[in-house]
Design a protein around this ligand. Structure first.
Ligand code: NAX
Length: 331
């Protein structure tokens, strides 16, 4: 028998929700951290979610996953984040009819102050946090600023679902397979202002703008389709995207834990170091490379033309406004 790796601990909030249901089984199967990496799952829910979480844990038991070393369900944040190597913040309160975006920012913001503080107190040193629960960029901003002593570069918010959606749309238009599309960056906020940057995207190494001659489509329907894909899924399915969101969370973690292929990048919102005219400290999506040593860098020198600049600026302005709306939650 070869050396058995020590288990790593993954904490997941909102574990009994739709995304949790599509995510936990893949983590426990080895699809995220590798086929030889045992995992401990610490599953966090609010009180009303606990009965459903019991059921999910029963199903995890029933899978008899060889890599699932232990699991624990709890409503207590310190208990839930205890020793976490990764904190996946999926749970949040959905927007209800009549609720303003600002109300949602406030309600969810309060959740993320407490979670940021508990991560700082109880997680493993070196913990990495990926926020999926919406509004994910600003929730991540709040958690990051409340997690005293945890490096800001260890906080991320998910825009990978948008990247994957954009790649599929471009491939379909070009009559190609989505795996042939590279260098697709989502800029800005995970919201309707996000900018899927087709100007730098490539199909088998060739600029997509040379492969797809319908530039009106690229500038119009393509961007709109990606921005509004979430709403289209809700309309078709009667529920928001869950399996594709869980899949994108997995892609994000895999991309952040493996060196990025030469010349390519992936999209994830990070704490802006001030690159590309994006205010330092905002959680904004931009082109990211994971280095061989496991650190990440913003890809430098990605051309931003006038059309892109305008789109990026609009999304960054929205992020500034969101930060303003939750200023009292940021110490
Ligand atoms: P569900 O409503 O199915 O599940 C959410 C779960 O979170 C529930 O079980 C609830 O009890 C729990 N919860 C609520 N507040 C909590 C708290 N304070 N602590 C711990 N658990 C808590 O939603 P689901 O479809 O799983 O979506 C989860 C979040 O992902 C939503 O905020 C959603 O908007 C967001 N999404 C983000 C995406 C992205 O690309 N970043 C895409 C998919 C999704 O829309």
């Amino acid at each position: 028998m070869g050396d058995v790796k020590e288990a790593i601990t993954i904490s997941v909030t909102g574990a009994a929700g739709q995304i949790g249901y599509a995510l936990l089984f893949r983590i426990a199967s080895g699809a995220v951290f590798g086929p030889d990496q045992p995992v401990n799952l610490r599953l966090i829910e609010i009180e009303p979610g606990m009965p459903a979480l019991e059921g999910v844990m029963m199903e995890l038991d029933d899978c008899a996953f060889p890599l699932l070393e232990s699991m624990h369900g709890t409503t207590d944040l310190d208990d839930g984040f205890k020793g976490a190597d990764w904190a996946l913040l999926v749970g949040s309160v959905p927007r209800k009819a009549g609720m303003e975006r600002k109300d949602l920012l406030g309600i969810n913001g309060k959740i993320f102050t407490g979670q940021g503080q508990a991560i700082a107190r109880s997680a493993a040193s070196g913990v990495k946090t990926l926020v999926v629960g919406n509004p994910c960029n600003t929730n991540a901003l709040i958690a990051m600023n409340n997690a005293d002593g945890v490096p800001k570069e260890n906080f991320f918010a998910m825009t990978r679902l948008d990247e994957n959606r954009a790649k599929s749309q471009l491939a379909a238009k070009a009559g190609a397979h989505c795996s042939e599309v590279s260098n697709l960056c989502i800029w800005g906020n995970h919201s309707a202002t996000q900018y899927p940057d087709f100007t730098n995207a490539k199909l088998n190494g060739k600029p997509i703008t040379e492969v797809i001659s319908d530039h009106d489509w690229l500038k119009g329907d393509f961007i709109k389709t990606v921005q509004q894909r979430g709403a289209a899924i809700i309309k078709a399915r009667g529920a928001s995207s869950a399996a594709s969101a869980a899949n994108a969370a997995i892609d994000t973690i895999v991309s952040l834990t493996n060196e990025t292929p030469a010349g390519d990048w992936h999209s994830v919102a990070v704490c802006s170091p001030g690159a590309y005219g994006i205010d330092e400290g905002l959680m904004a999506s931009m082109p990211i490379r994971t280095n061989a040593d496991g650190t990440w860098s913003v890809v430098e020198g990605v051309p931003v033309d006038e059309f892109s600049r305008e789109k990026i600026d609009a999304s960054i302005q929205e992020l500034r406004e969101e930060r303003e709306a939750v200023a009292d939650l940021i110490p």
